[in-house]
Design a protein around this ligand. Structure first.
Ligand SMILES: Nc1ncnc2c1ncn2[C@@H]1O[C@H](COP(=O)(O)OP(=O)(O)OP(=O)(O)O)[C@@H](O)[C@H]1O
Length: 251
């Protein structure tokens, strides 16, 4: 049996009278790719913000690796290993691709690099950053200015930055949005390769990608998870088809 890495219990958030997440229950297992799908406005992004600690929940609980993290802020959650892949705006466009990753590693490591002589510390840092860039298939862009990357490459860099935080569980909000076919398939391959070492929770509207990539899928409708299961089970679930997939296919 796989370990439950994330357990979400009756999580709620309202904006004024609007109940955006309205009693969310679902579990993420260690080492899986878990996709959150649902119609526009279902509360997916709000839920990701509640999981990352960016947004305070009104009630309910979030357990990460058995620990109650409901009241922890974003930085504390990142330290425990739960990180949201940052928006493109958080990439430092004027710095090189390598520097962007090195800065994230340094932020994680605090002062641990000061035990090296400055030049050795820099070598050590750059070697680790290059290793992460290789994992996200950006090693050949290391010296390029981050602002000059294509849209898809920026998403790869964001994933490298999230990995640099030491994250075990990555929250990805629409990783494929705005990417072309070729960029999309690089990102899909990359996410698949991360499964060996990481757990991924992603919001995605591209159903072909979701059904080929995800181990399990949860469907959010009006702020509630109406079903969680394998892609095949979700595709054939009558309630899901009526509430969401049927509507997508008809569109
Ligand atoms: N800060 C906020 N203040 C007020 N309303 C908000 C806020 N954030 C989100 N909402 C509302 O909550 C609802 C759900 O938004 P959310 O972005 O979580 O949905 P979503 O499922 O991610 O949608 P999409 O698929 O379109 O991205 C929307 O009606 C949105 O307008």
């Amino acid at each position: 049996m796989r370990n439950t890495l994330l357990n979400v219990v009756d999580l709620r958030k309202s904006f004024g009278a609007l109940k955006v997440t309205d009693g969310i229950n679902f579990q993420v297992l260690e080492g899986e790719i878990h996709a959150l799908i649902g119609p526009n406005g279902a509360g997916k992004t709000t839920l990701i913000h509640q999981l990352s600690g960016n947004l305070k929940s009104d009630s309910g609980s979030v357990y990460y690796d058995g620990q109650d993290i409901t009241r922890l802020g974003m930085a504390e959650r990142v330290r425990l290993g739960l990180a949201r892949s940052f928006q493109i705006t958080s990439i430092l466009e004027g710095f090189s691709v390598l520097e962007n990753v090195a800065i994230a590693i340094q932020a994680r490591s605090g002062s641990s690099f000061r035990f090296f002589k400055p030049a050795a510390a820099e070598d050590e840092l750059n070697a680790e950053a290059l290793g992460l860039l290789a994992r996200v298939r950006l090693a050949d862009r290391a010296q390029r200015r981050a602002g000059a990357l294509s849209h898809g490459e920026k998403r790869q860099l964001e994933i490298a930055i999230a990995l640099a935080t030491g994250a075990k569980l990555l929250l990805l909000d629409e990783p494929l949005a705005g990417t072309g076919h070729e960029e999309g398939s690089i990102l899909i391959d990359l996410m698949r390769s991360l499964r060996e070492t990481h757990t991924l929770v992603l919001i995605e509207h591209d159903m072909d990608a979701v059904f080929s990539l995800a181990d399990r899928v949860s469907v959010l409708v009006y702020g509630r998870v109406i079903a969680s299961g394998s892609p095949a089970a979700i595709r054939n679930d009558p309630e899901v088809r009526a509430a969401y997939l049927g509507e997508e296919e008809a569109a």
